[in-house]
Design a protein. Structure first.
Length: 155
């Protein structure tokens, strides 16, 4: 039992550290020289491509990656019924990130809505029915509480 608590604390600590540190990736582009157009790494050459300089390219990549990562983390770790609605912004950020990484696209933030429309339909329709059923349950619970309060006041 004690080791399970230690594992849980360890995983929760890593999760908290990730949530705290990942937004700092948004400032990573500041460390890149302004006139640099390509950079050689161990994994290959990073080329600015459609963007004029590498710092702008890195800025756009991380401006899509950071919200994508945090929303995905929230979706994976959350168990509420509405967390499935997070699939829509996750899909949008994913398509935007893919379009930034694809050098052939001239307008990278304009066509993602069309691609996410089928995902929206698949997610929104079941969520509507779940919310409808939950609202009936919530109304019944509130009515019961109200009736219990009136009975307690009378007695």
């Amino acid at each position: 039992m004690k080791s399970t608590k230690k594992k849980y604390l360890f995983y929760e600590s890593i999760l908290a550290i990730l949530i705290i540190t990942i937004p700092y990736l948004l400032y990573f582009h500041v460390q890149i020289p302004e006139n640099l157009t390509e950079y050689d790494t161990v994994f290959g050459t990073i080329n600015a491509g459609y963007f004029e300089t590498l710092d702008v390219y890195i800025y756009y990549i991380f401006s899509k990656f950071v919200p994508l990562f945090l929303l995905t983390l929230l979706y994976i770790t959350h168990s509420k019924w509405w967390s499935h609605a997070l699939i829509i912004p996750i899909a949008t950020y994913l398509f935007q990130l893919i379009s930034i990484l694809n050098d052939g696209l001239d307008y990278f933030d304009e066509t993602e809505f069309i691609y996410t429309l089928p995902i929206m339909v698949v997610v929104i329709v079941p969520l509507y029915f779940i919310r409808k059923n939950i609202s009936i349950y919530i109304a019944a619970t509130n009515l019961k509480k109200e009736m219990d309060d009136k009975i307690n006041k009378v007695s």
